[in-house]
Design a binder for this molecule. Sequence first.
Ligand code: SF4
Length: 486
Amino acid sequence: MIIHTHGHTRTYEMEALLKLFRPAEKFAFSDAAECPEGEHISAVLISAADGTQTLSCSARIGDMVRSSGKTLDSSVQGFLLDREISGLLYPMLCDLTGMRPMWGMLTGIRPVNLLRKFAARTGSVEAAAEEFRTVWHVSEEKTQLAEDILSVQQPILDAAPKNSVGIYLSVPFCPTRCRYCSFVSNSVARMRHLIPEYYRRIYDEMELVSGIMDEFGLKADTVYIGGGTPTTIDLFQPMDWLDRFFICVNPIREFTVEAGRPDTITRENLTPMRQFGVTRISVNPQSFQDDVLRAAGRPHTAQDVVDKYLLAREIGFDNINMDFIAGLPCDTVRGFCESIDRAVELAPESITVHCLALKKAADFYQSLPMPDADAVSEMVAYAQKTLTAAGYRPYYLYRQKNMAANLENVGYAKPGFESPYNVMMMDDSQTILGIGAGASTKILGGRRGIERLTECKYPNDYLARFDELMVQKAAQMREYLGCIVK
Ligand code: SF4
């Protein structure tokens, strides 16, 4: 299928819209004066001497063609032009495909954040929700979900101290790679030799970051060790350093370790976490079906998850999260529902339900039975119904590109156990200072709203270019923080 643009440069946004209907397809592009003959979507913008613009859109699927157009004034540019193009193309695509995406023509990854912005602009959540439904074609169900999350998040956002930041330490190693993995994670068997130097460098980076925080009067609000699977390596020293640089100077709201895979969780690595005041950990089943775990390349059983979860409880953890994935190969609606029921019986404080990214699925699982989009929708709907009935509330949500059934990832928590880091991070509501390979740093405020620092994804590049990277990081942090913190 061809994406045709002429007279403007909103190609990326048109591609994002088309992916709602053709999530795993690769597209061709054209900016020729003539509209292509074959399957396409097209948006042509022509400016007149009086400043008005004429927008003409068309879509062709098979032999069926739809077209429409409108006149715009000259102020319609950027995001407003995207909205006009989507507003014309979206109904055509619904008509030609028979599909009705649950999130309508919203393509961004943070719909709750968008709802909050609309509420600020229109003066009420009700008006913002109405705009979701009527202008953006978001379903009643997803609009309600976004509204529910917005109300749960508000006290968490309001409780963030002034000039506070989240600290994220990246441990990009795993014992082995799961087949569906879409993260920068490296099998520790191949990378073990890098770990001693990785420790030295994250120490240096923590020292640098905490020094700059002092210069600008910033305090840590949350600390999160993520990955990869952090418990692949010994975390004693990194936790000690985090404590020294960020935690002991100032009380924080949350200290999370994404323990993740049960094959890395031991009494020996959980015990020091208690000592360093870790408040929240994850023990991630992804599924409680052994055949699904095998197909996913996870070398543990459902019983291993239960054993490690009970071990964490015995050691004293009272805030445990479990992650699940809807849409894994070999899974069924029944199997997924049983997994959710099992999790509810175990009663962790929070449960996060992800949907599988289709691109990875296509790459890795061509020969395995995959749940179709309707099945994934059913799984997600069952999770929402069952978890809310069990007293969990949805509290953060994000979408990814190429997600199964074009759905979303939702974090559910029992009241009072919502993770402030997840809320602030996913909502772009707080500066996050990342440390280590693959950690993103984003600084809120400034000229562009959010400044993202250059990052280095892979541990060997991070180590090889460390000095150069830190000079660059220090300069960027000082520049962006200097614009924001007065
Ligand atoms: S545990 Fe997570 S980060 Fe590690 S390989 Fe599996 S999916 Fe990737």
